[in-house]
Write a protein that binds this ligand. Structure first.
Ligand code: KG4
Ligand code: ZN
Length: 338
């Protein structure tokens, strides 16, 4: 039995969870700063770290209240130590270190991307390896093969924009607001994905890498040309066509990776995994190969501490603890022990 408190402050959500044995989410408090950053059209790092500082103690208290746990019953405290905004990460890392020291319990350091992957293990602790996981968030687009707990290899990644970043930038160019992913997802439901011809970057034969900056530029050019000609743009059609172009490439490469690495299961993870077309697209394509597709419920796709607690549980079982000199690592890479 292991009762783990996890703290996540890598970007603009202050989140604290209490999870038992990597599956029972007793509390998962997410205090979003989206409304604070909205007026700037994106996350302002300085503002984010100040907000985390203001919120962190209250969110820890709320997580204890909701879970019915108390500090003395915790077996370990876990924290995201990267990748992310350094000032934001430091708030969580400092809080977790203080708790681990004061309570004399182990400190567990979790990579934020590993957390996204483990959002799937909260509901499915029995997933079979090897599996292929597509991590698509605001800062990353990584395709990886996982051979066991904590054992993975990145086999493809974006060469420029992350998928979520492309959603956010295109939404901004279309005047939709921030964050762009959910807005495009909703708007696209009323449009046609075939209405506007947009490029898909499959890159060299066999490559599992991604590139979304050309697609983003194509949308910006399309808007610019229409404006110059004084033409009205059907935003629903443009949103649907952009989304279709992103999803086509994500689905194609994920399936290719699954076949190449003989995986029977595909996981989707990260904020963009909440996208409805991506979920249905991967699901449909996988069915013809007899592959199992798993993705977290939307609330566990975006940043939250329950996923960090789940990843921490498997580190806890391995006795993989951090020292009290733990620091924030803004560019932390996935390190899969392979
Ligand atoms: O994982 P996440 O919450 O934060 C990072 O670690 O980056 O991902 C946030 C990203 C944003 O770019 C947001 O626009 C995108 O996920 N996103 C979506 C959807 N919901 C969130 N993108 C497409 N469709 C969605 N439904
Ligand atoms: Zn994230």
């Amino acid at each position: 039995m292991a009762l783990i408190m996890a703290i996540e402050t890598s970007c603009d959500e202050t989140s604290v969870a209490v999870v038992r044995d990597g599956i029972d989410v007793l509390a998962n408090i997410v205090s979003s700063q989206i409304n604070v950053h909205k007026k700037f059209g994106g996350v302002v790092p300085e503002v984010a770290s100040r907000k985390h500082l203001e919120l962190i103690n209250g969110v820890i208290g709320e997580a204890l209240d909701v879970s019915g746990a108390c500090f003395e019953t915790l077996d370990a405290v876990a924290v995201t130590h990267g990748p992310g905004l350094v000032g934001a990460l430091l708030v969580g890392v400092s809080a977790a270190k203080a708790l681990a020291y004061a309570l004399d319990i182990p400190l567990i350091a979790v990579n934020h991307l590993e957390g996204h992957i483990y959002a799937n293990f909260l509901a499915h602790p029995d997933l079979e390896f090897p599996l292929v996981c597509l991590v698509v968030s605001g800062g990353h687009t990584d395709l990886l093969v996982m051979y066991g707990h904590g054992r993975y290899r990145v086999v493809g990644r974006t060469r420029d924009d992350a998928a979520g970043e492309a959603f956010d930038k295109v939404a901004r160019a279309m005047g939709l607001g921030y964050p762009g992913g959910p807005l495009i997802d909703r708007l696209a439901a009323g449009g046609s994905g075939a209405a506007v011809a947009l490029p898909r970057a499959y890159l060299e034969e066999g490559s599992l890498d991604f590139s979304f900056s050309g697609l983003k530029s194509a949308v910006v050019n399309y808007l610019h040309n229409a404006r110059q000609r004084g033409e009205e743009v059907n935003l629903a059609d443009l949103a649907a066509s952009f989304q279709q172009a992103v999803v086509d490439v994500l689905v194609h490469k994920t399936l290719e990776a699954a076949v190449q690495y003989r995986a029977r299961t595909i996981l989707l993870a990260g904020g963009v995994a909440a996208n409805r077309l991506l979920r249905s697209g991967v699901g449909e394509a996988s069915a013809s190969y007899g592959l199992r597709v798993v993705y977290p419920p939307p609330a566990l796709c975006t940043d939250n501490a329950a996923m960090i607690a789940c990843a921490a549980y498997y580190r806890y079982l391995r006795g993989d603890f951090a020292g009290l000199t733990l620091n924030a690592v803004p560019n932390l890479e996935l390190d899969g022990d392979l």
